[in-house]
Design a protein around this ligand. Sequence first.
Ligand code: HEC
Ligand code: HEC
Length: 141
Amino acid sequence: MKKLITLAAVMLAISAYSGQQAQANPEPVKLSSLAGESQVTDVRPADEMPVYPNRGKSVERTFVHQPPIIPHKATYSISTDKNGCLSCHSWDKAKRMKATPVDTSHVMDDKGTVKGMYYFCDQCHVPQAENKQQLVENTFN
Ligand code: HEC
Ligand code: HEC
């Protein structure tokens, strides 16, 4: 058995060498993406870090019943076991964390148990940052 495996490994090594050799001077691959025309080997500068409003400032809503925009980073994970957002916004923790408790529409009892359809917060709430990056054109109107 061991011999067979060694043989297979040797054959594999040989077949790898007999394949097409990599070109000495490969054509540069040009990619057209949101980052512009650049070569794969180009290292572009990192994006600017997003700047969120100062703590304690919520962003004014633009229409009635708009899901308020998140005035802080929104990279907290949401999984079936744990909801990072609720560790500050649940009814029992909000006061201590100085966060706004979730809206009454989001809960199903007087203890503040969040309804399933409101569990995935980022389905409706999006973060808003002072965006220093160039905006991507779009035709939405
Ligand atoms: C570490 C605690 C903390 C976590 C975690 C957190 N928030 Fe917040 N959130 C706050 C605080 C505090 C505020 C009040 C504004 C401020 O101080 O920046 C706030 C404000 C908000 C607001 C604005 C409310 C309004 O009336 O304008 C929304 C919406 C919000 N958070 C959603 C979320 C979502 C969605 C998540 C998960 C992705 C999340 N938050 C995670 C602390 C937190
Ligand atoms: C189905 C869409 C939806 C989902 C999912 C959702 N929200 Fe909301 N949320 C809203 C809307 C709409 C409002 C505004 C309610 C209004 O003014 O009628 C709101 C309001 C809020 C507010 C402000 C409450 C206040 O009194 O000003 C907070 C905080 C909040 N949501 C946090 C969360 C968190 C945390 C989650 C995840 C556990 C979440 N939301 C999930 C739609 C959603």
